[in-house]
Design a protein around this ligand. Structure first.
Ligand SMILES: [Zn+2]
Length: 418
């Protein structure tokens, strides 16, 4: 089954997640968020498992420190979530973050990489259960603690741009295998450049086979649908297919509808945020204030679109209102959605997130149940129906096009016909 995983990295997602469990297989929480919400979050994860069979993974958070300073405040101190994680994981992490600006695995002695990797594995395997046991108290015990451990451990991952970066990941995987009792699911964090080299891709396959890895995540940096060309999509599709052929189950760390389509080539799951979170780059600078712009996930074009543009385009197409339970309860027509735009952020964002999670789930289950030809036929007919209304609408920014839809189709057809 194709795994639908939500990137749960903000407390503002608590309500949308808690009311959408039937539309999720698992969640990914950052270790820093868990350390900083050590009471509430483990008990939420316990409820998700008990009530809906939703499992979880923990992002190791160590990768956050490699470049940039977005994990520090204006005075240079490590921000609270990251610091609480450092305190939980290992004194070495506190010491290094105090002494130096960043933490790059390729610049650290192997002994440090090993210590931090093992500490991060121990955190992932034990933190939630330890917290739950403390909560239960010393006169009682947690029944079946193993059902509250993560599905797999994600070892610390180091961005791969050159063969020497693969060696760093090799050192990490050796240490992680030593320390872990749960299965490992490493994250291959790669650039589009790496994907263009078949030699490097072979080296990645060897890395996984040398460590007997049976499942992995893939994070292709900057896989923005508006900035990725057909050739890069072909490289990705080929890599996914090669991994599946080699007996490795791949799962996208960030993925949009292209990832869903890749289930036809052997991709076994994808992670996405409640709003956005379909692609990402390694962070460098502190992020300025100001919230995100609320957008509506438009099923037919598989993208987040500004609300006035959705209303205009859907009226031009003559589309029926979305039939998910959230939209059905709240909107009679696209005009009602337009009216919501002037509401408070919180009031708009919650239904927009819940709608997105439902549509993604429906897309995943539909693609899974049909042939590749059926999926591509739908993609093409949606493109034909929406391309003119999109380009004619003056609510849609001129720079936004739907070119990615035929790109996805062509890339998949090219790889399947190889
Ligand atoms: Zn909806």
């Amino acid at each position: 089954m194709f795994e639908a995983t939500l990137r749960y990295n903000s407390n503002s997602d608590k309500h949308p997640v808690g009311t959408s469990l039937e539309y999720l297989d698992s969640v990914l929480v950052p270790a820093r968020m868990l350390a900083a919400n050590a009471k509430a979050l483990p008990s939420n994860l316990q409820n998700y498992a008990d009530d809906a069979g939703v499992s979880y993974y923990i992002d190791p958070s160590l990768t956050d420190f490699r470049v940039g300073d977005d994990f520090r405040d204006d005075s240079g101190s490590v921000r609270r979530w990251h610091w609480e994680y450092a305190e939980q994981v290992d004194p070495l992490l506190e010491e290094l973050l105090t002494k130096q600006e960043n933490l790059d695995a390729s610049q650290l002695p192997d002994s440090h990489v090993e210590t931090l990797t093992k500490a991060s594995v121990a955190f992932q395997e034990g933190f939630v259960v330890t917290q739950l046991e403390e909560e239960v108290g010393k006169y009682d015990s947690l029944s079946d603690p193993d059902s509250y451990r993560p599905t797999a451990v994600i070892p610390w991952y180091h961005k791969i741009r050159t063969p020497s970066d693969i060696e760093v990941n090799d050192t990490i995987l050796t240490a992680a295998r030593d320390a872990a009792s749960l299965p490992l699911k490493p994250c291959l964090f790669i650039t589009k450049d790496i994907l263009r080299s078949s030699t490097h891709l072979d080296e990645l396959l060897s890395l996984l086979s040398e460590h007997n890895i049976e499942q992995c995540f893939i994070w292709v940096e900057n896989l923005d649908k508006h900035e990725t060309g057909q050739h890069d999509y072909e490289h990705i599709a080929r890599f996914v297919s090669d991994l599946a052929d080699a007996g490795v189950s791949p799962h996208f760390y960030y993925g949009d509808y292209f990832a869903t389509l890749l289930s036809h080539l052997g991709l076994d799951g994808t992670i996405y945020g409640s709003m956005y979170g379909e692609e990402d780059a390694e962070r460098r600078e502190q992020r300025g204030g100001g919230g995100v712009i609320t957008r509506y996930y438009l099923d037919e074009v598989s993208d987040f679109v500004k609300i006035p543009a959705v209303v205009d385009v859907q009226q031009r197409v003559g589309a029926e209102m979305c039939e998910c339970d959230v939209c059905e309860r709240q909107f009679d027509s696209w005009q009602d959605l337009a009216a919501l735009e002037n509401d408070d952020d919180e009031n708009i964002q919650t239904p927009m997130k819940k709608h997105h999670l439902r549509i993604r789930w429906r897309q995943i289950r539909q693609v899974e149940s049909e042939s590749l030809t059926d999926s591509l036929d739908r993609l093409e007919s949606d493109y034909q129906e929406y391309v003119m209304p999109f380009s004619r609408s003056n609510q849609v920014a001129d720079s936004k096009s739907l070119n990615y839809l035929p790109c996805w189709q062509n890339a998949l057809e090219a790889i399947v016909s190889e």
